[in-house]
Design a protein around this ligand. Structure first.
Ligand SMILES: [Zn+2]
Length: 302
């Protein structure tokens, strides 16, 4: 995989040279690019360097508070590059997060682990809430210790649906979630995402709740030989809470784990807009298994 990455700077320099040739050489240089294939290749390479895949998007259904969209892309190494976009809504979101916190996602989890442990210890031994607290502590410990999951900067692959959601919903004002599924087939990749703004309605899909359109499309694609490869959703930051938790936690919730169980998704992605956690199926299984022991440990000595 890493060897393939080495190709990328070469591609970029090729794009640069061709663009400069077009700009400086004018019509003469452009003549050399008459081949439609070469021109298309240049357009694709320029687009991939900024993670712009707007022309590959189609809307499956449009509703009054959002839409379900699908992208069909070449499964190119550029999709695994860090998310690079000049999109103003995304830049504004990043600025907003940085104005409130400079903690890394891992430091946020460490801080929450301390907070959850204090919270559990403040409860009476028979308090049923201790079990939930212990579940959270166990999952946090596994991720903080690096036993499950990989946390890394958000990539173009997740940035495509993330940026799309910002067109529907301002996460600085409405801490909502979107969901997207990824599929692979013969070197091609599809993303099917739900982008809905609740707007106080409360009856439309959000987060891990899949829309009917996306659900039908998922079944249809699998029938057509597309392999389900991953699920992505966001955990957004929430500043100004009375609790020390500012959101953006890269850890699956109970309902997230249930969804992964139902869909048998091979890889789970959760992003807070800056970083993403990747969880493989076997790691999801480990997180779920930790629940079995939470009840015993919540009341016993550790
Ligand atoms: Zn979640």
């Amino acid at each position: 995989m890493e060897r393939r990455n080495e190709m990328y700077p070469i591609k970029r320099s090729v794009v640069g040279v061709i663009l400069i040739a077009i700009l400086i050489g004018g019509a003469g240089a452009y003549e050399q690019l008459r081949s439609k294939d070469r021109t298309d290749a240049v357009i694709r390479m320029v687009a991939s360097s900024t993670c712009d895949y707007e022309s590959e998007k189609r809307i499956l259904i449009r509703q009054k508070n959002g839409y379900t969209a699908e992208w069909t892309l070449d499964d190119d190494v550029a999709l695994r590059k860090p998310f690079n976009t000049a999109d103003s809504a995304y830049r504004a979101l990043v600025d907003w997060i940085h104005r409130h916190t400079n903690l890394s996602s891992l430091d946020l989890l460490r801080r929450n682990l301390v907070n959850w442990s204090r919270f559990r210890d403040s409860m009476y031994p028979k308090d049923p809430g201790r079990i939930d607290a212990q579940r959270s502590i166990d999952r946090l410990r596994m991720i903080v210790a690096g036993k499950v999951g990989v946390i890394r900067p958000i990539r173009c692959l997740e940035g495509i649906p993330y940026r799309e959601f910002l067109r529907v919903n301002d996460l600085r004002r409405f801490p909502q979630e979107f969901g997207a599924y990824y599929f692979k087939k013969n070197g091609r990749l599809k993303i099917v995402g739900d982008f809905y703004h609740l707007g106080g309605i409360g009856n439309e899909p959000t987060g891990t709740d899949e829309s009917k359109t996306a659900s039908l499309r998922r079944v249809e694609l699998v029938k057509q030989g597309w392999q389900l490869s991953a699920h992505l959703h966001n955990h957004t930051f929430v500043f100004g809470n009375s609790t020390p938790d500012i959101g953006g936690n890269l850890i699956p919730s109970g309902p997230d784990l249930e969804l992964y169980d139902d869909t048998r998704v091979p890889k789970a992605l959760i992003s807070n807009g800056l970083e993403t956690i990747e969880l493989l199926e076997v790691e999801i299984e480990l997180l779920k298994n930790s629940d079995r022991f939470a009840a015993e440990r919540s009341t016993g000595a550790e």
